[in-house]
Design a protein around this ligand. Structure first.
Ligand SMILES: [Cu+2]
Length: 339
């Protein structure tokens, strides 16, 4: 019943942010789902058999009301020990558990398979309270590009699986990277480098969520994977690698921004802002959401975020700088030029 409810809610969730493990679009996620169905089938069959026998025995051999005390049924024969029966109920579960063990090992090996082909893309994802830093390494250190909360990857195409390999690190405490339609959960552990991989068999936006409680805003530590055809992905990457455009109409806002403490925490490439505490803002407007999926990235939310981050994400690590409304407008004008 509970299982049915979970599966139905999976269907419902498909409409909005699909976090269902029942709609895989990647090899590790499909093999996890297949394993689930196989284990469910085996254990379900055992459940039906055992419950069926139990109910049959309880009904068939129940004590019937006797018409009078003399006609009451006598006590049935008492059996003590039966070697064939005992061997059977020891060997059968042993075999079943052995089969389950084998299929689980097969799935684990499949998921961890260090594919010999070089991956289509190697990324780093660094967990922060409560957002995701995403690093696209370049050949030279200065070509390395950083963004936040939205991972763009090439989708598989032309029968060619595009394997994405991700190194998982943490800046503070343990988080867990989980995009249910792409792969199982993998922890991000301080001082340790974990690896995981996935392929996106179709283009689309796949939702994820931190899956290891990491403090007050854990629930608002969301991410999305945007899988695109190769050319679209290359175009996106090309744009992201550029330093921030110097838009003349936003010059005043730029000066304001650079005079504030924003620069201690945020980087805008091409300016003197080189902070690394918060997300890189160089191409802020190319992202769909603000503050790790907490709200849509639009004018009103951006204004509200700069004016009072806690009103959107209470307890967030971005302080309220108590800017005047005019300064907020000016800074927002600059941020909106960061395409
Ligand atoms: Cu978390």
């Amino acid at each position: 019943m509970i299982l049915l409810a979970v599966m139905v809610s999976g269907q419902v969730a498909a409409a909005a942010e699909d976090l269902s493990v029942f709609h895989p679009v990647s090899q590790p996620a499909s093999s996890i789902r297949d394993l689930f169905y196989l284990v469910l089938a085996i254990t379900g069959a055992i459940f039906l058999l055992v419950e069926g026998m139990l109910i049959y025995a309880a009904v068939r051999y129940r004590r019937r009301a006797a018409a009078n005390a003399q006609k009451a049924e006598p006590e049935p024969a008492q059996i003590y020990g039966s070697p064939p029966l005992e061997v059977a109920w020891t060997v059968a579960p042993l075999l079943i558990v052995f089969v389950l063990f084998l299929v689980v090992v097969r799935s684990v090996v499949e998921a961890q398979q260090a594919n010999d082909d070089p991956p289509a893309l190697r990324l780093q994802v660094i967990g922060h309270q409560w957002w995701w830093e995403i690093v696209y390494p370049g050949e030279q250190p200065e070509q390395t590009m950083r963004t936040a909360n939205e991972i763009h990857v090439p989708a598989s195409g032309d029968g060619q699986p595009a394997r994405i390999e991700i190194e998982l690190l943490s800046a503070d405490l343990i988080h867990s990277f989980w995009v249910p339609r792409l792969a199982g959960k993998t922890d991000l552990i301080p001082g340790r480098s974990n690896r995981m991989w996935f392929t996106s068999d179709e283009p689309g936006i796949f939702f994820g969520q931190c899956a290891e409680f990491c403090g007050t805003q854990h629930a608002n530590m969301k991410l999305r994977v945007v899988a695109e055809p190769r050319e679209e992905f290359d175009r996106w990457l090309q744009n992201e690698k550029q330093p921030a455009a110097d838009v003349p109409s936003a010059a005043a806002g730029r000066t304001k921004f650079l005079s504030l403490s924003c620069v201690n925490c945020h980087t805008v490439r091409g300016t003197t802002a080189r902070g690394t505490v918060g997300p890189d803002l160089t191409h802020l407007m190319s992202r769909r959401t603000l503050a790790a999926g907490t709200v849509e990235n639009d004018h009103d939310h951006l204004r509200q975020w700069i004016a009072d981050p806690d009103s959107l994400k209470p307890g967030s690590e971005m302080p309220d700088l108590r800017l005047s409304p005019a300064d907020v407008d000016s800074v927002v004008e600059f941020l909106e030029s960061l395409q």
